[in-house]
Design a protein around this ligand. Structure first.
Ligand code: FMN
Length: 356
């Protein structure tokens, strides 16, 4: 029986334990999307987790959705990430960058290029936090079929930039209502061309992004995160058969590539998660979503029952830089302060105390 504290091989890496830091947007990069020295300190503090997965990082200026998020398209951003990678490696950690193109989620006030692009000209519901407060989400421009290869190339370029920065790999963000997920979901993808109309066609963009990233930097350095039937940000997947068909097509297509891992936000005991895990055949990382904060007990059960190989842990790691040591020794945990999740400086970011 495996435990959370056992090492595991992922791609060509041997990770010290089965706790992955879940990707968490923290909005503390500079106005050019460059991670600062504070960002490097934050990740280095958490290097005891087997694998750090960074906050969503835009592969292009157009892909930015929120303010003060980092990018991986400019050379200055590569230099910022190099400091992060070096700081994490100096503490014996490993780190993948989550490549997040926000697609229709965003606002011109949050980014340097005003345009929002998406599979279809359908706005994400509700309002988004901007520098000027909450504002309605604009209607995005539907991507022309002919320009889709250039968006896919943005992911490949960002993957190369990640490796150039010394990061250990990238995670394609195909979850939680952002661009890749917008292609997967029937309510955000109304296309009638080769990228929409059927469950299989809706999977095509995700498949092509993973393939392009794998070709760019090697499949062992590429993971993917999905959130099937999570029903988030207006990407509604409530038709069980269609959802199973879309994600089945995706997983069957990427399984032979030999990528580093499949990470999912879903109940690991659900029929869908079990089916996708069996079809993938490689390393899986589970996260139950926001239903309940991940606990030692819930994480350990996932690994010891063999439901997934690793667990992505969000808020507990945000609040406990030395979470793995605390869990190992049964120490009490710091509570996460929601008021400092997004934006600001060191408070609620790098000042959560570690056990000495
Ligand atoms: C502050 C914050 C920011 C997040 N940002 C991202 C993100 O950039 N990308 C992503 O895939 N998920 C993001 N998530 C979701 C987490 O990765 C994770 O799925 C969620 O927090 C539930 O896990 P937990 O109970 O361990 O916190 C975020 C969650 C939080 C709390």
């Amino acid at each position: 029986m495996s435990t959370l504290f056992d090492p595991i091989n992922v791609g060509k890496l041997t990770l010290a334990n089965r706790v992955a830091m879940a990707p968490m947007t923290r909005n503390r990069s500079d106005d050019d999307g460059v991670p600062t020295a504070l960002v490097a300190e934050y990740y280095a503090q958490r290097a005891g987790a087997g694998l750090l997965i960074t906050e969503g990082t835009q592969p292009s200026a157009t892909g930015q959705g929120y303010f003060a998020t980092p990018g991986l398209h400019s050379d200055a951003q590569v230099e910022g990430w190099r400091a992060v990678a070096d700081a994490v490696h100096a503490r014996g950690g490993r780190i993948f960058a989550q490549l997040m193109h926000a697609g229709r989620v965003g606002h011109p006030d949050n980014k340097t290029t005003p345009e929002l692009v998406a599979p279809s000209a359908v706005a994400a519901p509700g309002e988004i936090f901007t520098r000027k407060g909450m504002q309605p989400q604009p209607v995005p421009r539907a991507l022309e079929e002919a320009e889709i290869p250039s968006v896919i190339e943005e992911f490949a370029h960002a993957a190369r930039q990640a490796v150039a920065a010394g990061l250990d790999g990238v995670e394609v963000h195909a979850a939680n209502g952002y661009l890749v997920h917008q292609f997967l979901g029937p309510t955000s993808n109304l296309r009638a061309d080769g990228y929409g109309g059927t469950p299989g066609n809706r999977a095509r963009f995700a498949i092509e992004v993973v393939r392009a990233a794998a070709e760019a930097i090697g499949p062992e350095k590429v993971g993917i995160r999905i959130s099937p039937a999570h029903n988030i940000q207006g990407v509604i997947e409530d038709d069980e058969q269609a959802t199973a068909a879309t994600y089945g097509t995706l997983v069957d297509a990427i399984a032979p590539l030999g990528i580093a891992y499949l990470s999912y936000v879903a109940d690991p005991r659900s029929a869908l998660a079990r089916d996708l895990t069996a079809r993938f055949g490689g390393v899986t990382i589970a996260n139950d979503g926001f239903a309940a904060v991940t606990s030692l007990e819930s994480a350990q059960a996932i690994v010891s029952e063999g439901l997934a190989d690793m667990v992505a842990v969000g808020r507990p790691l945000l609040a406990n830089p030395d979470l793995v040591e605390r869990w190992r020794s049964g120490a009490t945990l710091n509570e996460a302060n929601q008021a400092t999740f997004y934006g600001g400086g060191a408070e609620g970011y790098t000042d959560y105390p570690a056990l000495v």
